[in-house]
Design a protein around this ligand. Structure first.
Ligand SMILES: C[S@@+](CC[C@H](N)C(=O)[O-])C[C@H]1O[C@@H](n2cnc3c(N)ncnc32)[C@H](O)[C@@H]1O
Length: 282
């Protein structure tokens, strides 16, 4: 299934007039956001660590030439850009429909495949290696933290004992049906260091964004959303008592937060857990 961009209208509305601005699209995916930004007259620098999207990125490059640049690496590499080269930054986190629906990549328990789950297949560690290399306690922590698995120690013990190598082997080890999706999700988040990536990239953006620059994040998981919410909260707080002359003014202001409308939920049920937050540098 082709990826349907989530909260795109709200992202565009929050970015405002981007004609002649340069937007960093940190999560190219199917290029839905990138195309929309280009069509609004912006220049785009896009990141994606999945090598499978390179072909789509090349097609956009052919159409838009120098207005579009694609970087096939993790968005934490945004730290290597020159801050003078971009104005706004957008993240549309999580995985794409192409990744979930590609049966060979091991993200989904609907297809039998090697237990992989790497967004970037150039990285060494996949889900099978992760289960094998972690201690039972560390594996339990991941299942608890990223999947909210209540019996995480029991689950970790079963995984360490049976060492699943395929999605179906893993699925069949999970006796409690309602834990299947959360266990897959927890392993995927750990394999791809999803929380570490967003923390590191936001830290870079904080130091790099120039005056009036906007940073927008669309999240799909409560932990991810909490990181974004707390980070933006810190950026928009004044330091000390605002009535005192020594107070440090906040560097950022908050922008309106959005969740999908009824209409979007109806048209694209995969948008159901999405939250959009944004800030603007003053
Ligand atoms: C939800 S999709 C983005 C969809 C895109 N906005 C669109 O409209 O087509 C997320 C994409 O981000 C990529 N991604 C996730 N985390 C990443 C990271 N840390 N660095 C680079 N790409 C990442 C995934 O590979 C995936 O292709």
């Amino acid at each position: 299934m082709k990826h349907i961009p989530v909260l795109l209208t709200e992202v565009l509305q929050t970015l405002g007039d981007i004609k002649n601005r340069t937007v960093v699209d940190c999560t190219f995916g199917a290029g839905g956001y990138t195309r929309a930004f280009l069509e609004c007259g912006a220049n785009v620098i896009a990141f994606d660590r999945d090598t499978n999207v390179v072909e789509d990125a090349n097609k956009i490059k052919q159409e838009y030439g120098d207005r579009f640049q694609f970087i096939n690496s993790a968005f934490s590499d945004i730290k290597n850009l020159n801050p003078a080269d971009f104005d706004d930054v957008v993240f549309d986190l999580g995985i794409s429909s192409m990744q979930i629906d590609n049966g060979e990549r091991g993200f989904s328990f609907r297809f039998d495949a090697p237990l992989d789950m790497r967004m970037d297949t150039r990285n060494k560690q996949n889900a099978q290696n992760l289960i094998e290399s972690l201690s039972e306690n560390d594996l339990a922590d991941i299942l608890y933290e990223y999947g909210d698995i209540k019996s995480s120690h029991k689950m970790a013990h079963i995984l360490k004992e049976h060492k699943p190598t395929t999605t179906f082997e893993l699925r069949d080890l999970i006796k409690n049906q309602k834990d299947i999706a959360p266990v897959f999700q927890a392993l995927r988040i750990a394999v791809n260091d999803e929380m570490g990536q967003i923390k590191s990239a936001l830290e870079s953006v904080h130091n790099m964004l120039s005056s009036n620059g906007r940073c927008i994040c669309v999240t799909f998981h409560s932990l991810e959303d909490r990181i974004v919410k707390n980070t933006f909260h810190k950026w928009t707080q004044t330091d000390g008592d605002p009535r005192l002359p020594t107070v440090k003014n906040a560097e950022y202001v908050s922008l309106k937060t959005f969740t999908p409308s009824e209409k979007e939920l109806e048209q694209n049920p995969r948008s159901r857990s999405a939250h959009m937050r944004g800030v603007q540098k003053v």
